[in-house]
Design a protein around this ligand. Structure first.
Ligand SMILES: NC(=O)c1ccc[n+]([C@@H]2O[C@H](COP(=O)([O-])OP(=O)(O)OC[C@H]3O[C@@H](n4cnc5c(N)ncnc54)[C@H](OP(=O)(O)O)[C@@H]3O)[C@@H](O)[C@H]2O)c1
Length: 334
């Protein structure tokens, strides 16, 4: 067990990250100190925020330098514990970088139920699922009668958000890029409608599918969807500002919204930061678990095998080409 494949940054990242920015190396097996865990990563989560973090643009979290480990969360098996309350054989979600074996701080991990699919703890039950839950139920307070619209709807956040809204009695309309993503949104996630925003008439289709416009719009992409969504938002509608994926790699001035339209619509603009909801993770898992068991909450996953595939898979995510939650299988489940 001395071989530990890990991915480090080869050079500092100035623009949209590409596979060549990374390097796969073999590292010695780390030794846990007091309060720490030695873990074996089972799945590594690849998330859009890592691209911003590598460019020093994510909520004050510093970027790693050349030769340093790439940040990322994994669901992992505990091999050795020096932290009270966590034992060898437990499964946890925590940060140990892009590596087969790593060290996690015992106080910062989340213990998870290994009887559920392990990968789900990074997607639908993980940070993206919690984000969707927070935006739909806590900020927009979606319920029966709402027409809920979300973009990046094939992704982990968007796909989960639309299904939550639908399970709570709303009509769910998803916006996604391309026919394959739209098929996932409609046929697997069960949205009422899916609109391909690469088609020239997509705004007309969006207006028709929302019967004049959404009462709630959940934004993951940026101005190309947000502005038409705001223009057609119903009076007193709500907009959850969750992500701006199309702007993350840009050095242009921050995207602006037309404040006059917000006033005219009597709209409520709701900014979402998932960190505010970490203390309430169990509420989401308790709600989601029966939905998953009853087939009312599906999740799409885009999985590759092995640490060596992580750089190319991350580049795919950065280009918005992933189909569902982007994951790397780092080793066997058990
Ligand atoms: N506020 C928070 O606390 C919080 C927490 C978690 C995630 N987020 C945000 O939520 C959004 C969705 O997250 P996710 O993990 O579920 O990701 P994701 O949807 O799997 O990936 C992002 C999607 O954004 C779309 N996109 C449009 N233009 C893009 C571009 N230029 N580059 C890359 N992607 C582009 C693509 O979908 P289409 O092809 O369908 O457009 C892409 O698949 C992201 O913006 C993320 O940063 C926010």
């Amino acid at each position: 067990m001395s071989d530990n494949l890990a991915v480090v940054l080869k050079r500092s990242v100035q623009a949209q990250p590409v596979a060549k920015d990374f390097e796969v190396v073999s590292k010695p097996l780390p030794v846990p100190g007091a309060g720490e865990l030695l873990v074996r990563s089972v799945y590594l989560s690849l998330d859009p925020y890592i691209g911003s973090r590598l460019r020093n643009k994510h909520m004050g979290e510093s970027a790693p330098g050349a030769g340093e480990s790439v940040p990322g969360f994994s669901v992992a098996e505990v091999l050795e514990s020096r932290h009270d309350g966590i034992a060898k054989g437990d499964y946890v979600v925590g940060e140990c970088g892009w590596a087969q074996f790593g060290i996690m701080a015992g106080a910062s991990v989340r213990k998870v139920d290994p009887s559920l699919p392990l990968s789900a703890h990074l997607g639908v039950l993980g940070m993206p699922g919690l984000t969707a839950w927070a935006g739909v139920t806590q900020l927009a307070q979606v319920g029966p009668g709402d027409v809920f619209m979300v973009d990046a709807a094939a992704g982990a956040v968007g796909g989960t958000a639309g299904q939550i809204a639908r399970n709570l009695g709303a009509r769910a309309v998803g916006i996604a890029g391309g026919a394959t993503k739209c098929a996932l949104v409609k046929d697997v996630y069960g949205f009422d409608a899916a609109i391909d925003y690469h088609q020239p008439d997509w705004i007309d289709r969006m207006v028709a599918a929302t019967d004049g416009g959404p009462s709630v719009h959940f934004e993951n992409v940026g101005l190309s969807v947000l502005l038409p969504a705001l223009k057609h938002l119903r009076l007193n509608g709500r907009i959850v500002l969750c992500g701006l994926a199309e702007h993350y790699q840009s050095d242009a001035p921050p995207p602006q919204m037309p404040v006059g339209t917000i006033v005219g619509k009597r709209a409520r603009i709701l900014g979402l930061v998932v960190y505010d909801y970490y203390a309430r993770w169990a509420e989401w898992v308790d709600l989601a678990r029966p939905w998953i068991e009853q087939g009312k909450l599906a999740f799409g996953e885009d999985i590759v095998d092995g640490a060596a595939q992580a750089p190319a898979h991350f580049e795919k995510l950065m280009r918005g080409k992933n189909l569902g939650k982007a994951l790397v299988r780092m080793g066997p489940d058990r």
